[in-house]
Design a protein around this ligand. Structure first.
Ligand code: RNT
Ligand code: ZN
Length: 424
């Protein structure tokens, strides 16, 4: 579709950019060295519209929805891994995989409360070969026992117990990945529980959820293998009036129990952003998991683009020095575009946002702020937006041996013709 820059053009542009940044006291090589080890957790569920492999005819439930029917979606674990391999090839760096329990790889029909590490062994082998850490999630939706909209907070004890067992099994699978791969899995609990219309009892379901979580987390697991996280939400389709696991619920729970708190960028009021929550929450919880996403009207899960919101999140992480306490995961699912491209575009954008944040003269700007020179602070923040950041990003892609600029689309088109076409 276009001609691509040559290596020497990329190098020349970088050399100029490096000088411009150096003049502001920013070392571009150091910024790239900081970016390189950051592992973003790619969510497996973008690859097949959150269907999984438990039942190929499963319908997505739990108040989340994927729209579109772009051809070529992965139908088996092997196909999903093949698609992921393709996406990882187009993204600079080495990244993680975020797996949901319904993506088990076995011919057996396994009830969710009986899943075991062996059902995920192929994932561990593949991750080991490709140096991916793995994160994990119990799947408390798209299931007959979740059909009435309640799982861990269900008033029926036997249903609640089923989901408790599923979450306990999931933590063990997280720990298995952690042991196998030498990097802890963040096992994140999100449940859809809530009411479409105004409830009378708002406390009861929350008490049940709190007790269920206590039971799930009762068994200590070494943090070098598994980290427990909990994720809130404002509303879902069918739970517009009341969500049991609200922000306050999980904020309180995570602080009290010192678990990881998950902040999904699409799970708050439309004008509320997660960027400003990071520095507050890190005073009270050990670590955060981010579901970097993009809300659009009723949807919380559009492909991540390089928005002000995204930049504010990355700035908050970098300026706070929180890269080692914030796990960056992605959460979006768009079935109307090439799914490998969705991963590629979303992840590259997350990294671009991060690089922009790393290309700041942090110390100098802090000094200006402390000196009360808000004029210079504002001038600097605005000047930075016009710096030749693209040249640094292009150079990084070249250095990491992935396509520079939209060149990745060529690979995606080839892949589409060779692989997706075969799946129809
Ligand atoms: C749903 C939550 C949750 C899911 C995944 C599939 O609103 O964001 O994180 O998207 O678990
Ligand atoms: Zn999420």
């Amino acid at each position: 579709m276009s001609t691509h820059p040559t290596n020497s053009q990329i190098e020349n542009a970088y050399a100029l950019a490096k000088e411009r940044y150096a003049a502001l006291g920013i070392n571009t090589d150091a910024a790239l060295a900081q970016l390189a080890p950051v592992a973003i957790s790619l969510h497996c569920w973008q690859g097949d519209d959150v269907i999984g492999f438990e039942d190929p005819d499963a319908a997505l439930g739990g108040g989340i929805m994927a729209t579109g029917n772009y051809p070529g979606k992965a139908r088996t674990p092997a196909e999903l891994r093949q698609d992921l391999d393709q996406a990882y090839k187009l993204i600079p760096g080495t990244h993680r995989l975020n797996l949901h329990a319904i993506y088990l790889d076995t011919d057996e029909k396994v009830p969710r409360n009986e899943i075991e590490p062996k059902h995920f062994a192929t994932w561990a082998d593949w991750a080991k070969q490709n140096q991916h850490g793995i994160d994990f999630n119990p799947t408390c939706f798209s299931h007959p026992l979740a059909e009435d909209g309640f799982t861990l907070s269900h008033h029926d004890e036997s249903i609640r117990q089923f989901w408790i067992e599923h979450c306990i099994a999931s933590r063990e699978i997280g720990a298995y990945f952690g042991r196998e791969l030498g990097t802890p899995a963040v096992t994140n609990i999100w449940i859809p529980d809530g009411y479409k219309d105004t409830p009378v009892d708002r406390m009861g379901p929350r008490q049940r959820l709190q007790a269920a979580l206590d039971t799930i987390l009762a068994e200590p697991i070494d943090k070098q293998y598994n980290l427990d996280a909990v994720e809130c939400k404002l509303f879902g389709i069918g739970s517009e009036s009341y969500v049991v696991g609200s922000h306050e619920f999980y904020m309180g729970y995570a602080v009290k129990n010192q678990t990881v708190l998950t902040l999904d960028a699409g799970h708050f009021h439309p004008t509320e952003t997660i960027s400003d929550k990071i520095s507050s929450m890190l005073l009270y919880v050990p670590e955060l998991l981010l579901h970097v996403s993009r809300g659009v009207r009723w949807d919380s899960d559009h492909v991540v683009t390089l928005t002000d919101d995204l930049q504010a999140i990355m700035h908050a992480i970098v300026r706070g020095g929180f890269l080692d306490r914030v796990h960056i995961g992605l959460d979006f699912f768009d079935a109307s575009i090439n799914r490998v491209a969705a991963w590629t575009i979303g992840t590259r954008n997350a990294l671009r946002g991060l690089l922009l944040a790393l290309l700041e003269p942090g110390e100098q700007m802090r000094e200006l702020e402390l000196a009360g020179d808000y004029t210079a602070r504002l001038a600097m923040l605005e000047e930075l937006k016009g710096m030749p950041f693209g040249a640094v990003w292009d150079y990084y892609c070249m250095q990491q041996d992935v396509p520079v600029g939209v060149a990745y689309l060529d690979d995606i088109h080839t892949y589409e013709k060779q692989v997706f076409a075969e799946r129809e």
